[in-house]
Design a protein around this ligand. Structure first.
Ligand SMILES: [Cu+2]
Length: 347
């Protein structure tokens, strides 16, 4: 073989010592690939079947929304594709260690030279198969991200993939050290400690933070969104099951980060409507002390300026910037809050 081409077909194998991937000379080495393939096939099939029927339905936990179901499907498909690849490497490694171990009497001597450096067939199929696998994963991942409108992940303040649903419930998630609160603009801007959602409804989560970076992770409903101060981060999902789900902060946000969790509920539409209207009435006394609903809030908007809330005298001699080095709250940037804030009743 010439030194400048890099590889060439392995014809004339008889002149070379036997090894993996080459037709053995008469009475020489067995066809190693033909021996490895059944071992690999049996292991890969067993692994994939066990995964599909036993483990897969629980990973990731929960299927209470379209994006949670989507996450389970994606995770399982990718696992089913990846396991045979990993097993192929392991089977080859184990086979090679066993078959060509130095202590075996009839093992061929380790050989350098052309045979060890190049094998056209192996190189061709290696490149072809890995290219197909990687491109398939790329296409699959892209489709699975676009079709379910961002797949429950954060899309920033201006989502490019939106659900086509007419009615969506807007729920604002406000993170702060160390709890989440939830505001419902279509129910008078009320704020609650618990996330309650109607079933069979598209939800538009608008996630923001009052202080440091947090992350809103509601795992059985398959939604995970970074919560950044001064940023309105949007994610969509459609609920499909009533029940309880877990909310956790998944971004290290200070000493009580580990305690920053609560439990949300998906209720039937009628139960949600009852809860929302009664809570709106009950909360009215508190809601009037809150800053007006906005997509983001400055830390000064939590009442400490004296305009609302804590310091009701409003007599602070210092500006918010002097207190906190912060800028005043951003104005509501979107003109048509009501177009997306349609209550879900009667749909
Ligand atoms: Cu946090």
């Amino acid at each position: 073989m010439s030194e400048d081409t890099g590889f060439q077909p392995q014809s004339g194998a008889g002149a070379q010592p036997p090894g993996p991937g080459r037709t053995p000379p008469a009475g020489g080495q067995p066809h190693h690939f033909r021996r490895m393939i059944p071992i690999w096939l049996a292991l890969a099939l067993a692994c994939d079947l066990i995964w599909w029927f036993v483990v897969g339905p629980h990973v990731p936990p929960g299927d209470m929304s379209t994006s949670a179901v989507g996450a389970q499907f994606d995770f399982n498909v990718l696992f089913l594709a990846a396991a045979p690849v990993v097993l192929a490497v392991w089977v080859y490694l184990a086979y090679a260690v066993w078959t060509w171990r130095a202590s075996r009497a009839d093992a061929p001597e380790p050989v350098g030279g052309p045979a060890a450096r190049s094998n056209f067939k192996v190189q061709f199929w290696w490149i072809a198969i890995t290219t197909v696998v990687v491109l398939a994963a790329f296409v699959f991942g892209t489709v699975e991200l676009i079709v379910p409108a961002g797949a429950g992940g954060a899309e920033g303040p201006n989502p490019i993939w939106k659900p086509t649903a007419k009615h969506m419930l807007v729920v604002q998630v406000i993170a702060q050290q160390w709890k989440f609160t939830y505001r419902y603009p279509s129910y008078g801007g009320m704020q609650t400690n618990t996330l309650v959602l109607p079933n069979n409804t598209w939800i538009a989560f608008h996630v923001t933070s009052l202080d440091v970076i947090h992350s809103f992770w509601a795992y059985q409903i398959g939604v995970k969104v970074d919560a950044n101060p001064q940023l309105d981060d949007v994610a969509y999902t459609k609920t499909r099951q009533t029940g309880t789900f877990t909310v956790r902060c998944s971004e290290l946000c200070g000493i009580w980060h580990g305690a920053m969790f609560d439990y949300g509920k998906v209720l039937s539409k009628s139960a949600f409507d009852h809860w929302a209207t009664t809570t709106e009435k009950k909360q009215a006394v508190n809601t009037k002390y809150l800053p007006p609903f906005a997509w983001t809030y400055s830390p000064t908007a939590n009442g400490a300026t004296g305009a609302t809330g804590v310091n009701t005298s409003g007599q602070s001699p210092f500006s918010p910037e002097q207190h906190y080095g912060a800028t005043p709250a951003r104005k509501l940037v979107r003109s048509s809050l009501t177009s997306t804030a349609t209550p879900t009743t009667g749909t």
